[in-house]
Design a protein. Sequence first.
Length: 352
Amino acid sequence: MQQEPNSVEERKLLAPMDFYDERSEAASLGTYNDSSEEGSSAEDSSDSLLVNEYLLQHGLARCVPVRLLGQGAMGRVELVHIPPPPHQPDAPPIMAARKTQPRSADPHLRAKEDAVFGRELEGLTAGRGSPFFVRPLAMAAHADRQELLLELAEGETLEEELSEALSAAPPGPLRQTLLSPERIANLAASLLAGLVEMHGQGLSHMDIKPPNLLLTREGRLLIGDTGCAARADADGNVQAPLPTGTPVFAAPETRAMHGVFHAGKADIFSVGTLLAVCCAWHRTTGRVLAWQRGDLALPDFIPAPLADLISQMTAKDPARRPTAREALAHPFLAGVDVAALAPLRCPGLPPR
């Protein structure tokens, strides 16, 4: 059984983990993972539950830091190794990522920090029914810090993939999309499929951008960094103002200081902006802003169906933007097999 939390604060932070049920998740993922893959048999499913229970109870206490993966204003992320569970004594150590967020002594600052941590955990948990979200494995709250154990994305972030593509591009103005249209279609379909699940749970990501989209070693997409996640009302609306992450990817309505806006449609604007960046405007914030103002058009080399999808998703009027499910049905994504894009998972190993 899960150990009893040591404080009222820890009980509150543990609450979102109660919604994380590997059994129900395994059932919901049945349409994504082929029966010939690892984890499909009853024996593998049972093994997965044992590994997940082991990580939930002991992962953070027994993990050994290996190296720093990233650091920002809200904390750091480290690669960690965890000794194998007792039922697999000869297995290699389990690799995972440990996200650590400091907790301030000041009660007002601590309340804000705890809110970010709570949104992160709730956001990841809301995506539990989709294979395209990073899975939380364990969490712990201490007096001076909060820790979240996450499955490891062994590949790059989309930010790094874009930077490498830009470095490899011929000198001068781009004459074709930075990433191939096929790659952009696969990324868009994976991201939208994840958002369909998250939005269906009543939450929106609110910080979709290349650094927050992780990749497996085979290049499959995993949505992470949900610290800005927002819970919407029954109509899908949230109250402004709201933390919304990086301004260049944020929908214009999110910048209002009062009123309400549709959270899901704000996410869609961010996805549309992200696709434009994948096409032509990585590391050119000024051009992205000029395009959003209407002072610059999308480049002619972007295929017409992709340009149409981007234009629909970034419409100034949120009501004219498609939902995530509607965007998935756009002609540009018609030939994409979403199930084939799902990251493959095996107990004790990073997704691939």
